[in-house]
Design a protein around this ligand. Structure first.
Ligand code: KIV
Ligand code: ZN
Length: 514
């Protein structure tokens, strides 16, 4: 029987560090539910010390998720460790992941600590975390550029202090597969107590080899891989979960281990993460790109018709590609809607929430003949957008666009419960509408990203719009979906404006990404 490869998903933590990929608590919970359903072993739900919002999101995931271990990240400092412990406390199975940098450049320039001080702090942090839980993971940050002898010393000490998982991060994505695999092999060979911990890897994709590095390490004995859906993550991202899982499953001849992942949840999870973050999946992305199983050339098509295996090494249905069949229509009832949403990973906290979502579904079904899973995901992303304490809500929009004339928009917004109307013209209907919204809220953030994706095919498809706004160093994303892309755009813009305002209330002075 093959050994178990532990899948540690960090979409909600490192993935969220991807510029512009911030998620609210409700979105994180929806992703966590789907990861649990996918049978991910460990969900790193966030970095609780980063902000009160992060703390609350981790706590909610810890309360709700029971089948996966819920993990929180903490620097090797008291405040972080205590916050992390408190956040994961409600979880049935909890883990604290603590880290400190070990590379010469990080120790000298960032920490201003020497090797002995770093080692002492690591031991102290692991010991403190162990007072809260038995399941403690330790990462020597920037291990990929650290001295091997020092890595051996600090890891041996961390294991002695009680770390059960030792994670080796290639924090800046600097290593090449042979080299990284060599580090893992040597650490496992040289550290006398290495058999008392699971060795894990966490690879960044700066040189495009995060998955290759992780897989090479697995061949040398690593038994946990840290990864993210769609390879989301800081800068160029992390190793992508779907590629790791399908590589070990497809090449059983090369890997002496396998995961417990239900691979049919891979495509739904990819869609959900893409819809929540507004980051489209590139068409040729392995496993989850729209072209991953498409055969264009006649020779390939002919081969696949004769024998699928001529050009396909995996079956699309094994990773969750369906024919995007119609799942519901305008005659579907509330129960069928609720059941389908459950399958897609969405629960409703109250009957009122379910009713509100059902009404939106009915409204969509009236306008759009066929409702696919992707429409439901888009709908939910859209419903999750309006938060209770949002100041702004779209009441109505009227746009006029005709050849030879400058488009105009009249927008009516609910601002703190009062209706306010404004009009503007612009270079196009979207530009005119955004100008009208801006004049109501009296602020002018920079529009850094505007992207429209069609959720399904056909001219009646819903458009899913993402916008990114920057103002005074704060960056927020907004999303909106509608069969009318101008309305979807305005919803996304208002969503981002609300996020700017709530971030200002939460962090009046900060200059950070939220
Ligand atoms: O990339 C990195 O080093 C990290 C650590 C916190 C594990 O994300
Ligand atoms: Zn990382």
């Amino acid at each position: 029987m093959s050994e178990r490869l532990i899948i540690f998903d960090t979409t909600l933590r490192d993935g969220e560090q991807s510029p512009g990929a911030s998620m609210n608590a409700e979105e994180k919970l929806a992703i966590a539910r789907l990861l649990e359903k996918m049978r991910v072993d460990v969900i790193e739900a966030g970095f609780p010390a980063a902000s009160p919002g992060d703390f609350e999101a981790v706590r909610q995931v810890a309360r709700e998720i029971s089948e996966s271990t819920v993990c929180a990240l903490a620097r090797a400092v008291k405040g972080d460790l205590d916050r992390a412990a408190e956040a994961v406390k409600p979880a049935r199975s909890q883990r604290i992941h603590t880290f400190i940098a070990t590379s010469p450049i990080h120790m000298k320039e960032k920490l201003r600590m020497d090797e002995n001080q770093v080692l002492e702090r690591a031991v102290w942090a692991v010991t403190r975390a162990r007072n809260y839980t038995d399941d403690v993971e330790f990462s020597p940050e920037d291990a990929g550029r650290s001295e091997l002898d020092f890595l051996c010393r600090i890891i041996e000490a961390a294991i002695k202090a009680g770390a059960r998982t030792i994670n080796i991060p290639d924090t800046v994505g600097y290593n090449m597969p042979d080299q990284f695999a060599g580090i893992i092999e040597q650490l496992m060979e040289k550290i006398p107590n290495s058999d008392q911990a699971v060795f894990s890897v966490h690879c960044h994709n700066d040189l495009g080899v995060a998955v290759a590095n992780s897989l090479a390490a697995v061949q040398k004995g690593a038994r946990q891989v840290e990864c993210t859906i769609n390879g989301l993550g800081e800068r160029a991202g992390n190793a992508s979960l779907e590629e790791i899982v399908m590589a070990v499953r497809t090449r059983r001849d090369l890997f002496p281990c396998d995961t417990n992942i239900d691979t049919t949840q891979i495509v739904p999870a990819s869609r959900l993460v893409s819809s929540v973050t507004g980051f489209p999946v590139q068409p040729n992305k392995a496993i989850v790109g729209i072209n991953a199983f498409a055969h264009e050339s006649g020779i390939h098509q002919d081969g696949v018709i004769k024998k699928r295996e001529t050009y396909e090494i995996m079956r699309p249905q094994d990773v969750g590609w369906t024919t995007n069949r119609m799942v519901l229509g305008k005659h579907s009832g509330r129960h069928a809607f609720q059941e389908r949403m459950k399958v897609l990973g969405f629960g409703f906290e109250s009957d009122e929430d379910l009713q509100a979502a059902f009404e939106k579904f009915k409204d969509l079904a009236d306008r759009k003949h066929e409702i696919f899973d992707d429409d439901l995901i888009g709908l939910q992303a859209d419903s999750g957008i309006q938060q209770v304490n949002d100041r702004l809500e779209l009441a109505s929009l009227h746009v006029c666009s005709k050849t030879g004339a400058r488009p105009t928009a009249v927008v009516s917004l609910m601002v703190d419960g009062q209706t306010v109307e404004s009009s503007a013209d612009g270079n196009g209907p979207v530009d005119a509408s955004f100008r009208a919204v801006k004049s109501v809220v009296d602020r002018s953030p920079n529009l850094e990203l505007y992207s429209v994706n069609s959720i399904t095919g056909g001219t009646d498809a819903q458009g899913e719009v993402s916008v990114r706004l920057r103002e005074n160093g704060k960056v927020v994303n907004g999303h909106g979906a509608d069969t009318d892309i101008v309305i979807a755009s305005v919803k996304a813009y208002i969503n981002a404006m609300n996020r700017l305002e709530s971030s200002e209330r939460a962090h009046p002075q900060t200059d950070s990404m939220i």
